[in-house]
Design a protein around this ligand. Structure first.
Ligand code: GLA
Ligand code: ZN
Length: 669
């Protein structure tokens, strides 16, 4: 198994490299990622390349048996390059060009930059093609897609021309007759820059400089998100092409978990494997453990394949300020959490915090003085423990009978028009994930293209944009005995973001065996009571007032003028069932509801009784093992049915087990 760290030899005097390599080796490391921001060191002036320092760094690491993943440095084009080609700078939604001084200062649509990115990638690939210490490539660093420049405008016009063929078709799909927006030619098509009615988001904040404003035509906005995402896929493909001409090594990119500005399913297609960057606790926020686990599951779901951690938090993190310092045991817990959900290599960010630059505070394993203290010793110990497990996590499968479907198109559509200002698509998915987790049910988080028939239950919360093909896929799955769960704001729109004329819930009307009489967007602190046999709770965002066309009613509203009307239903369709949840539910109600429906489906779980204990089952070569993780900062005694051996300690476990704060156990039957 690969175990290592992100390393920046270019930030340190050469004399230190040997010490670093030695300390890495002593910490059981065998891999580093290098060079992903080092363009100005690799090509200090136009056409003058210097790989000597990187060669030497790699040589030093090699002497300590440390392999290398090389990053292409295109996230930080150097100053000389920007001075020669200032049109590469991205532009914000007010049309203001951004300048030099941070990173990601390029537009991925810009053809000059695409070419320059191709050249530096080729140069690196040429130079390193025969170096046996390099084991893989990373494209760029944490792709994003924000730009509103003239290249984007031209690119978008070409993109819509290609998509719609005729301007009449575009006018039709977007409904440009509204507010006299009809275009006579593709050259007239605008991009969603700041326009006269823009300036406010739904929640009353100012427009975000980086993201499309909200008040443009919803068809245009959605297509702009798609175009920007596609442009990054093309940008990345150019690098992949160059590397593949010269090398057979696997290529990855470091993804960002729940980040949803790009369609990660598309971006992952050209890569050999996915890797990602996980910071559960930094200056911008602290994630619940279910958010982290769900992000891991989504990263696995991009290719339905195991992934790597390319940057795993290993110290206090932040730019101007810092998040909490990882407590003793937390780095180990995060490590096992990643491995549990499908990581098969662990690379921590970063080796030693920089003495300078924006990320002076972004700590890693060492401290500024180059000393290894508690975090270093913890990491070294994790490395030792993982060695003793002998690749247990490599080529290992997660066993899941449930899938949650994520759609970036739907994310964008809900971002553009969230129906209720409190509604957040990703959050809704996380609420369902958390409810499953509370019932010790793990899930795949993946795209609608996945084979549904592998699963006992498929959840498609707020899957609003629909096509006939997806509808047919859902019907076939349910007919043959599958269970499908859909929610409010499902099926009411066509794929290009216009409203469907089919009575709500639109594309799901027959499947769900219901129709909506009306709906109520819940605002300003109001809530509506909902109750059924299995649960009782409050809706605070949305209530669909349902009329059953044959579906069985599982819960009704208990307050407001639609009291007594159905809120949650289930419909028998062929051999399967379709659950329709017409409102949002608080955590306890949702968890009780999920419990009631999954019990009927005989979904395999390993029961434990405790809050904050995560259970993940995995399979390797036909043998099953189970990870137990205590996400609480206190020790706890848990009940767990059966007899096991904890392979981390060799101890026998029968029905009960004691877990340390942030403790981990791996149980074999
Ligand atoms: C990201 C980047 C890293 C580093 C960290 C901390 O994950 O990939 O280069 O900047 O954030 O900000
Ligand atoms: Zn641009």
């Amino acid at each position: 198994m690969y175990f290592g760290v992100d390393y920046y030899p270019e930030h340190w005097p050469k004399e230190r490299w040997e010490t670093d390599a030695k300390m890495m080796k002593e910490a059981n490391m065998n891999v580093v990622r290098l060079a992903e921001f080092a363009w100005s060191k690799l090509e200090p002036k136009k056409g003058e390349y210097d790989f000597s320092w990187l060669d030497e760094a790699i040589e030093t690491l090699t002497r300590y048996d440390i392999k290398v993943v090389l990053g292409t440095p295109t996230a930080t084009p150097p100053k000389w390059l920007m001075d020669l080609n200032p049109e590469i700078y991205p532009v914000d939604l007010y049309g203001l060009q951004k300048g030099f001084g941070t990173r990601r200062h390029y537009c991925s649509v810009n053809s000059t930059y695409r070419e320059l990115s191709r050249v530096i990638t080729r140069k690196m690939a040429e130079h390193y093609k025969d170096n046996e210490n390099i084991i893989g490539w990373q494209t760029d660093n944490e792709f994003d897609a924000s730009c509103f420049c003239d290249h984007c405008k031209k690119g978008f016009q070409d993109w819509v021309r290609n998509k719609y063929g005729t301007i009449q078709a575009l006018n039709e799909e977007w409904g440009t007759v509204f507010w006299s927006q009809t275009y006579n030619d593709f050259d007239e098509v605008v991009i969603p820059r700041y326009s006269s009615s823009d300036g406010f988001t739904q929640s009353g904040e100012g427009s975000n400089l980086n993201r499309p404003p909200f008040n443009h035509n919803p068809g245009l906005l959605l297509d702009y998100y798609r175009f920007k995402s596609d442009a990054v896929v093309v940008f990345q493909k150019i690098q992949i092409e160059e590397i593949r001409k010269l090398s057979t090594l696997p290529i990855t990119h470091n993804f960002m978990g729940h980040f949803s500005e790009l369609d990660y399913f598309d971006l992952g297609k050209d890569l050999d494997f996915i890797s990602w960057d996980c910071y559960p606790n930094n200056m911008w926020g602290k994630s619940n453990y279910t958010q982290v686990s769900m992000a891991h599951d989504l990263m696995r779901g991009i290719k339905n394949k195991n992934f790597w951690m390319m940057e795993q938090q290993s110290g206090p993190c932040g730019w101007q300020a810092m998040g909490d310092t990882p407590e003793p045991g937390q780095i180990r817990l995060w490590t096992y959490q990643a491995l549990a959900h499908g990581a098969e290599a662990m690379i921590y960010f970063r080796w030693r915090p920089a003495l300078f630059g924006t990320e002076q505070y972004w700590h890693g394993i060492l401290d500024h003085d180059g000393q290894g203290r508690r975090r270093y010793h913890e990491v070294a110990k994790i490395g030792e423990e993982l060695k003793s497990l002998e690749d247990l996590f490599v080529d290992t499968k997660n066993i899941n009978e449930v899938a949650i479907i994520k759609s970036y198109d739907n994310f964008w559509s809900h971002r553009i028009q969230p129906h209720n200002s409190k509604f957040d698509y990703n959050e809704l998915l996380n609420e369902y994930y958390t409810a499953l987790n509370k019932n010790n049910i793990t899930a795949d988080v993946t795209s609608v293209d996945v084979d549904f028939t592998k699963y006992k239950l498929v959840l498609m919360p707020a899957f609003n944009l629909m096509t006939e093909d997806i509808k047919t896929k859902c019907e076939d799955y349910v007919k043959r005995g599958g269970n499908l769960l859909i929610t409010f704001r499902s099926g009411t729109r066509n794929w290009n973001n216009s409203m469907s004329t089919i009575t709500n819930p639109g594309y799901f009307k027959e499947l769900a065996g219901i129709e909506l009489e009306e709906y109520d967007s819940i605002n300003f602190g109001r809530s509506v009571e909902v109750s059924g046999e299995a649960f009782k709770g409050l809706a605070k965002t949305w209530c669909d007032v349902i009329k059953s066309n044959g579906a069985q009613v599982l819960a009704t509203y208990n307050s407001h003028y639609y009291r007594g009307k159905p809120a949650v239903t289930v419909n028998q369709y062929g051999k399967g069932q379709v659950y329709y949840v017409g409102c949002d539910l608080d955590d306890a109600a949702l968890s009780d509801f999920i419990k009631s429906i999954t019990e009927d489906m005989l979904i395999t779980t390993l029961q434990s009784n405790s809050e904050g204990i995560e259970i993940v089952r995995k399979e390797k070569e036909g043998k099953i093992f189970t990870l137990l993780m205590n996400h609480n900062n206190y020790s706890i005694k848990i009940n767990i049915e059966g007899s096991f051996i904890n392979i981390l300690t060799g101890e026998a476990v029968k029905n009960q087990m004691y877990m340390e704060a942030y403790g981990v156990a791996i149980l074999k039957e």
